[in-house]
Design a protein around this ligand. Sequence first.
Ligand code: ADP
Ligand code: MG
Length: 692
Amino acid sequence: MDAQLDLTRLKGVGPKLKEQLQRLNIQSLSELLFHLPFRYEDRSRIQPIGSLNHQQPAVVQGEVRAADVLMGKRRSLLVKLADHTGTISLRFYHFNAAQKKQFQRGALVRCYGEARRGASGLELYHPEYQILQDGQEELPDARLTPVYPATEGISQQRLRLLMEQALEFLRADSVPLTDLLPPEWLAQWRLPTLKQALLFLHQPPTDVRLEQLMTASHPAQRRLILEELLAHQLSMHRLRSKVQQDGAPVIQPDGSLRQQLIDSLPFSPTGAQQRVTDEIIADLAKPLPMLRLVQGDVGSGKTLVAALAACQALQAGYQVALMAPTEILAEQHFINMSRWFEPLGVKTGWLAGKTRGKARNQSLADIANGDARLVIGTHALFQDEVQFSQLGLVIIDEQHRFGVHQRLSLKEKGNLDGQSPHQLIMTATPIPRTLAMSAYADLDTSIIDELPPGRSPIQTVTVSDNRREEVIYRVAGACQNGAQAYWVCTLIEESEALQCQAAENTAAELIEQLPHLRIGLVHGRLKAQEKAAIMSAFKAHELDLLVATTVIEVGVDVPNASLMVIENPERLGLAQLHQLRGRVGRGSVASHCVLLYKTPLSMTGKQRLQVMRDSQDGFYIAEQDLMIRGPGEVLGTRQTGLQTLRVADLQRDGELLPAVREMATHLWDNHPHVVAPLIDRWLGEAERFAAV
Ligand code: ADP
Ligand code: MG
């Protein structure tokens, strides 16, 4: 590292403190300067003690009247402090003898803390304090006091002292910290330089509006937010170019296989399916690997789009891999695809984690020698031992973002002389726009914005669990009229075993109460064959009611099922509920969904179920979900690097993204030398992590 960036330039920093700073991800002076306050305190005025109120943070100054150690339930040091307006107590639970001695009768003390009502009237618990020497009247802080993210062993005061030294270096330009944004942008956006922004944010003057700082709307903050979002966009850009630098096979058959498939269907593709398919066909014809994300609401027909894309690669003589996030969804795809493709003379293959022994060896051999043309499976498809003969297209039906490094590793699977296969990613649930623009910025996007004709809307009601009997009665009625129903048991428990247990109990209860109905049970612990048998029995209407865990969330397709009961819906994310609910409403009869919630329901619980009741638009629901739960939860962002955002907030700053995207492209094309330093500055750690 540049010696000028070494933390030991700061007084008081030795090996021990260095190690502690490392725990805050601070390894250099520049990283220290980017360790920004998360809030500020106004300590610029000394408050008269007599004017303090409960829960008011304040600076007070007074004379020590007494300092006593109290025994009580917990030993504490109580210091009585007085000014000419009143008295207040300072209370310390952690203290040592030296500390007690400091508080001598008559000593002048200034402290900062939050006043709270305590046993002895208003008290300050563990205030920050300073003993003022003989008659010395220090001025109160002239700046807002920063509060930093801290860790054990490093106090706020310590961090502030270190920062003050670092800021001195910055002021004197003796820390190498380059302004990486073009000056004309700063002028155009009226933003400060990097140096100005950092100096300001660590030591804002007291006349700045605290509210402006708290809402991150100050230009100094906007400047850093912009820079961070740019860094993220650029890292996605870089990822994309890394994948694309290898090139890909040009796939451009005459489309007759695609036509054969369309001709064999009982329906024609919707306009939206057609348009998205055309976009994919155009990508495949280029010598660069396609990186395309297809978004579409539940039931919009993504599977057909995947199949039509597959036709192109298959006809051109390449293999296609279709990967799904769960075994049950993979099976569903396998059934669909085999039904569509086997009559066209295309052999399908199957590989899941649970495929073992002889069946597994046979699958691996078929994949390796190219007998299996269209291979369907779970993550197992990307294990080391799987080698394709000539893999031209990978289709990923994903639940959460597929890891970045996994995307890079597809190249090895293809056996394409160093070229990469094309990649098509389909999301199981719509992604809020801001998330799509950031977490998926390395992908081109297509949206299927139309449902196949003849769908009837789903009516959703919320019912409390003390009306459970009524709901059971209603299920019986619907089934006797020829409909089929799902009863979904949810449990928040991580344990699959507990989930299955709950479903078993519910099934037993329903069988007892509804003896005339044919009731099946499906959960994740059944063998694949058992599951498949039950699913096909339900599909063939040999069962009226299917009790299930959330394993049926994706992919299950039984148009005659028109009623779904979801137990404890308050425990699931909105996107997941939407996905579940999408299992009904697939036929032409009116469908219903009953959200059977547990009372009492919290305020947010009510709001969330209301969203489900009011809307069937997956994109709207996803936005609401994002607002309620935040990006990490919605995306499962561990792999996206988004959880490492330091100053930006996708929710708050989302409206910047379209501009940021354009700016990123501009930097990439016209200022290539700033790309790597920007990424390194903001995502150093995360990037290094993602690359392994
Ligand atoms: P999703 O987008 O949720 O994956 P699917 O691909 O499972 O949706 O399609 C849902 C259902 O709609 C399936 O039964 C499928 O056969 C049917 N479907 C797909 N496209 C059309 C279409 N153009 N017209 C009529 N039905 C269609
Ligand atoms: Mg699907």
